[in-house]
Design a protein around this ligand. Structure first.
Ligand code: 3H9
Length: 648
């Protein structure tokens, strides 16, 4: 179990006091960590045996910044009084002893700001440093808006803040954000006057002359407004930077200061507090935690199981989807077998993988040698001969039920009994795909979004029979190939929604066929369908879906589930899916979060008005609010309070 958030302290025989930020896993700056940091620094300054101070992080990371949980919980500053920024100046920047930050892993947000408060930074290979606060809808609040421009120059600093992108150790050294290689020696060199002691709040050598600097800020303002005209917090960040340029670092710092205003304390912090008060901040913090929560699935990730390594994965089908999936796997170091039905299709698939990699090289995302090594991981195949080596197979052929069923039966014969058999189908019931397979527990949906090597979401669709181990393994694979997983129940969700939307919304029918089926009931549909098949067999084909819905007792609204139901484990999963697959703006927090901000009554009123306008006869059609929305509005209940309940 992780220990309580704190900072540890020791004084080494060479006279260097080492303060280590300690809050696993990423040394987030919980108020208790900050309190301990400042109190140890004060002790070190007061101790005559201490010649210099090194601030570092316990474990692999320096610090990932201020503890984001504090923005969610109202527990506030934990009793800290005074200003963090004043404390950084007094304890780290301008105290009697020189301070050096020893950075490894990540120094992000408040973590980098603490490091910049020190008189020098020593950065380990592979470290990443950045100010990603804008991604959370706030601005750097521990002096980053003032110190970063003075350390790396205004243009680079603005770019780092507005894009939230971290830079690597090598770039930090080139830019002047990192100073030297060995933290202790550097601290002692500063103490002995052999190396300069820099005060990043007041130095000005990297800043452009005033007129030029203001022009840079103006340009950045226009760019930020063009990129996202809805967003106010990038402008607030630029306000704070501008104040530092016109009035000096100390004055700018005051303007950027805001922790205590946010946490109910005493600071001024106009810009920070203004950003923190916006819904954008709440939405982005929600998405931060929601994305991480999708990796935790009750009954699976807490079941004491360990994910099995996925070293060899076969992909069936080298079309757009299959080649994208193969690319994503190979990029993560997985050995891939790409199978096609003939040489021409196989050449096409391999060509697409090659083109995907070439595009990354062209964009500067990877070197040619790395692309060649990645391509070498993908082996083409026209048969199942090598499938005995596979840990997993992902089928990505055309949406044809009999074809998929045949393939899954073949896979059962060709693969090891413990290999996972996954389908990338987006429209077909997974139970149907695997209907002719004996080992139902190893069948799972792995639904990628096109282009599969770029889109960040992976829907993991589990059936009633999919084993926990298989879900866990697929979750781990998602992590390895850098996808955000969302585990959903077996249904035809998004695709069904789209079909209904097109037919009802665009074509003008009052209701899409799937919603209509749920309203009438699958049992009625089955009965009517059989009659049709008997009477008009030359015109009507036998439905595979309706009988299986009946078998699963998914009769529609009368049993609470038909084509539609709540299919996710928690509302945040829908938020993540809407952001990562549908392009829903993250600064609105995802579909359900946003709907709760707006409120069910307002949404119902708007939908009713649209229904009246476009379906005055009363049918309501596409715009008619569903019963769930209407009942939430009537009861004053949040939508997120009820979007759970996979009844699998
Ligand atoms: C800030 O600093 C504001 C200041 O300027 C001024 C304030 C007044 N706090 O992502 P992972 C947790 S704002 C709390 O799965 P990875 C995370 O929730 C901050 N928790 O791992 C997860 O918990 P769990 C600015 C945090 O290796 C666990 O750590 N900083 C924080 O893929 C592992 O995270 C940022 O925006 C945090 N700051 O990526 C950086 N950071 O295991 C945000 C992480 O319970 N963090 N956790 O699900 C990141 O970008 C990534 O987490 C990081 C690791 C790159 C660090």
């Amino acid at each position: 179990m992780a220990g309580a958030p704190t900072a540890t302290y020791r004084v080494d025989p060479d006279g260097v006091a080492v303060i280590s930020l300690s809050n696993a896993p990423v040394n987030a700056l919980h108020p208790d960590v900050l309190r301990a940091l400042f109190s140890h620094a004060a002790a070190a300054h007061a101790d005559p045996s201490v010649r210099a101070i090194v601030v570092t992080g316990a474990g692999a990371n320096f610090s990932a910044g201020f503890d984001i949980n504090q923005f969610v919980s109202a527990s506030g500053g934990g009793g800290i009084d005074g200003s963090i920024n004043d404390a950084i100046c007094a304890a780290l920047e301008s105290g009697p002893k020189p301070t050096v930050a020893a950075v490894s892993g990540v120094a992000l947000g408040g973590g980098l700001e603490v490091a910049m408060g020190c008189n020098a930074r020593v950065v380990a290979e592979g470290a990443r440093m950045g100010l990603p606060e804008l991604q959370l809808g706030i601005i750097p609040g521990f002096g980053g808006t003032q110190r970063l421009p003075r350390l790396v120059g205004l243009q680079k600093a603005i770019e780092m803040m507005l894009t939230s992108a971290p830079i690597k150790a090598e770039a930090a050294k080139k830019l002047g954000l990192a100073d030297a290689l060995a933290a202790k020696q550097h601290a002692l060199d500063i103490a002995a006057g052999k190396a300069p002691r820099n005060f990043s709040l007041t130095r000005g050598d990297k800043l452009e002359p005033l007129g030029e600097a203001l022009a840079v800020v103006e340009f950045a303002r226009a760019q930020a407004a063009k990129r996202a005209r809805h967003l106010k917090h990038p402008q607030l960040c630029l306000d704070a930077i501008q104040a530092g340029i016109t009035d000096g670092g100390a004055a700018g710092l005051k303007k950027a200061r805001g922790l205590f205003a946010l946490l109910g304390g005493m600071g001024e912090g106009e810009c920070f507090a203004a950003a923190a008060a916006l819904d954008t901040h709440k939405a982005l913090v929600h998405i931060f935690f929601a994305q991480r929560s999708t990796k935790k699935v009750r009954g699976v990730t807490d079941a004491g199981l360990k994910p099995r390594p996925m070293r060899v994965v076969a992909v069936l089908g080298g079309g757009l989807m299959g080649s994208g999936i193969a690319t994503a796997l190979a990029l993560a170091g997985v050995d891939v077998i790409l199978k096609e039905v003939n040489q021409q299709f196989l050449d096409g698939g391999m060509g697409r993988v090659k083109a995907n990699l070439a595009s990354r090289v062209k964009k500067g995302k990877m070197a040619q040698a790395a692309a060649d090594a990645t391509l070498a991981r993908v082996k083409g195949s026209l048969d199942y001969a090598s499938f005995g080596s596979c840990d997993m197979v992902i089928e990505a052929v055309i949406e044809d039920i009999p074809l998929k069923q045949r393939i899954f039966a073949d896979l059962e014969a060709a693969c090891r009994p413990d290999a996972i058999l996954a389908t990338n189908t987006s429209t077909i019931d997974i139970d149907l795909v695997g209907a002719k397979t004996r080992a139902q527990d190893r069948i799972v949906g792995a639904h990628f979004f096109s282009p599969a090597h770029i889109m960040p979401l992976l829907e993991i669709v589990r059936t009633k029979s999919t084993s926990k181990q298989v879900v866990l393994d697929t979750l781990a694979l998602a992590g390895a190939i850098k996808k955000t997983p969302v585990v959903v129940g077996n249904c035809t969700g998004f695709a069904v929604n789209r079909v209904d939307a097109v037919i009802a919304g665009e074509f003008g029918m009052p209701m899409g066929p799937f919603r209509l089926n749920d309203l009438v009931g699958s049992d009625i549909g089955l009965h009517v369908g059989r009659n049709f098949v008997e009477s008009f067999s030359e015109r009507v084909y036998v439905s595979h879906l309706i009988p299986s819905l009946n078998d699963a007792k998914r009769l529609g609204e009368k049993t609470g589930a038909g084509f539609y139901k709540g299919i996710v484990e928690k509302p945040a999963d829908l938020d993540v899916a809407s952001v990562m697959a549908m392009g829903f703006p993250p600064f609105r927090g995802g579909l359900i979060f946003w709907a709760d901000l707006v409120g069910a009554p307002r949404i119902v009123a708007a939908l009713d008005a649209l229904s009246d306008k476009f379906a005055p006869a009363g049918a309501g059609g596409f715009f008619k609010p569903c019963d769930y929305l209407r009942s939430a509005a009537a009861a004053g209940r949040k939508l997120s309070a009820g979007v759970v309940a996979s009844r699998m």
